[in-house]
Write a protein that binds this ligand. Structure first.
Ligand code: AP5
Length: 211
């Protein structure tokens, strides 16, 4: 089973991907998380990616596609994969289609004004990557409920970078909605609802799409 998650930055792709990958027993492949790990470790790939990520631009396609091809060869991908944040443009989608057949492309639809509120209040655990929003955290919460790690603000969640990430999304990523619609695998989900409601909507629509 192969699922793609589409949607603007802050739509809730990562939040939902954790639970949806568990529900279907498939690997969660998040290119943003993989890139941040490379940056943190200071690898060659991380050195290339850092500047693009800090400005909100896309990391070059050859770097991303190479990373995905390597990942797909790992045993955890045998049962299936949920691609979170990949593909990001038509070229990446075409490269992916040469490797696997996509069963469902879930478009988590959220308006820009909601996105800005979500990203300005996002906190992530420095150690395990768990994602929170300040509206659900205690007033002075500074540690992760999962592992006790420090909660931080992602370096690309500042106002200027978010503006550019949204611009890049509308110009380069949103055409994928039409791309997957033409392939009859598009599933539209209202991402403005609560986390639980969005999860239920994704499950029922994906179940229908793969039946
Ligand atoms: P990436 O890490 O993929 O960032 P993104 O796509 O911008 O998405 P986010 O992680 O910001 O948001 P999300 O949709 O996962 O939302 P979340 O669940 O956290 O990419 C970062 C960078 O890496 C890119 O800019 C680019 O440079 C590079 N990159 C990555 N992939 C690439 C590729 N394929 N090609 C080239 N470059 C690439 O939720 C956000 C907040 O909202 C949280 O606080 C959460 O608690 C809250 N929230 C979630 N759902 C709800 C809900 N239903 N109601 C209320 N609050 C909610």
């Amino acid at each position: 089973m192969k699922i793609v998650f589409l949607g603007p930055p802050g739509a809730g792709k990562g939040t939902q991907a954790v639970n949806i990958s568990k529900r279907y027993g498939i690997a969660h492949i998040a290119t943003g998380d993989m890139l941040r790990e490379h940056v943190r470790k200071g690898t060659e790939l991380g050195k290339i990616a850092k500047g693009y990520m800090e400005s909100g631009g896309l990391v070059p396609d050859d770097v991303i596609v190479g990373m995905i091809v390597q990942k797909l060869a790992e045993p955890e991908c045998e049962k299936g994969c949920l691609f979170d944040g990949f593909p990001r443009n038509i070229k990446q989608a075409e490269a992916l289609s040469e490797k696997v057949r996509i069963d469902a492309a879930v478009n988590i639809d959220v308006a820009d004004d909601i996105i800005i509120d979500r990203l300005s209040g996002r906190r992530v655990c420095k150690d395990c990557g768990a994602v929170y929003h300040i509206s659900n955290l205690g007033k002075d919460a500074k540690t992760c409920a999962n592992c006790g790690g420090e909660l931080i603000i992602r370096s690309d969640d500042n106002a200027e970078t978010v503006k550019n990430r949204l611009k890049v999304y509308h110009e380069q990523t949103s055409p994928l909605i039409e791309y997957y619609k033409k392939q009859n695998v598009l599933v539209n989900v209202d991402g403005s609802k609560s986390v639980d409601e969005v999860f239920e909507e994704i499950c029922s629509k994906v179940d229908k799409a793969i039946s």
